[in-house]
Design a protein around this ligand. Sequence first.
Ligand code: SF4
Length: 349
Amino acid sequence: MGANDLPTATHTIAVHRPASARAASGSPTPAWTIEAIEALFDKPFMDLLFQAQTVHRQHWSAGDIELAALLSVKTGGCPENCGYCPQAAEFDTGVQAGKLMAVEDVKRAAQAARDAGATRFCMGAAWRAPKDRDVERVAELVEAVKGLGLSTCATLGMLEPQQARALKDAGLDYYNHNLDTAPEYYADVVSTRAYQDRLDTLHNVRAAGISVCCGGIIGMGEAPVHRAGLIAQLANLDPYPESVPINSLVRVPGTPLADSDPVDPLDFVRVIAVARITMPRARVRLSAGRQQLGEAVQALCFLAGANSIFYGDKLLVTGNPEAQDDARLLAKLGLSATRTAVSTPEYTA
Ligand code: SF4
């Protein structure tokens, strides 16, 4: 279908002022209030999806899905205690701590991802915050991956301003640092750092000129208001992130959140839809937990505006659908993989 061939929506689409307008006016009024976001969540499911798909087609080519690969370049042994994470040293999850991978090994993995159709290569390291010498070594990885013609992303924990600048100089396009949940629920998930630490890193990344990849996790026992609070935090970042990964909790045995109630799949689709409506020009990415969703729910997520997936058979240390299954699903739905040039803006509209 074309971009504007849908009938007129019967429900009013929430209007928010762009970040530039807010900055110009100096107004402290956020673009999105919690109440406005809760009102979106409360809409009838079909109306919400219709609105999300309408917004999506105003800003993106409808059949276009970005493929991103993710490699754990330094696994396990993390001193943080994020309740969902099998890489935290204090949880007994069977994940073995490893050292930072060698440049040649990372390069080989990036080459394989590129050959499988990935356009961006994300490197994850289980650190609380890298030391300056760690950043120097990651900068070498970034240069190597960039040299293959891939867009680069890293997730290394908290960053100081000079570290962000060093990574930018090495060619880093994106930095991932998730807000995880709403500020009010954050202490229930992790106690070794504060929400403000996350915001400070996001600020340092932005200031260095690196694009921001930032999202959260659904299914950690949060209340509906916390889901709205997470979306409000993301949507009110000025500017909002270029990439917004939405994860469904993978309940890994040995982690404190292993016994969380499973997420209602339709509630997860709602989160995708609300993210799309509130951040129309962001790449909304189906991330961890996609394996549990099944094809039909993934299709609903794409309808709700998701336009990026992690591609490949492993997501850091949890499973991800086989690349072939992904290719089959995209073909079934008539979706095609994005093959954008390196370092072009994410926005295609
Ligand atoms: S999510 Fe990141 S910071 Fe938290 S425990 Fe896992 S590796 Fe460490």
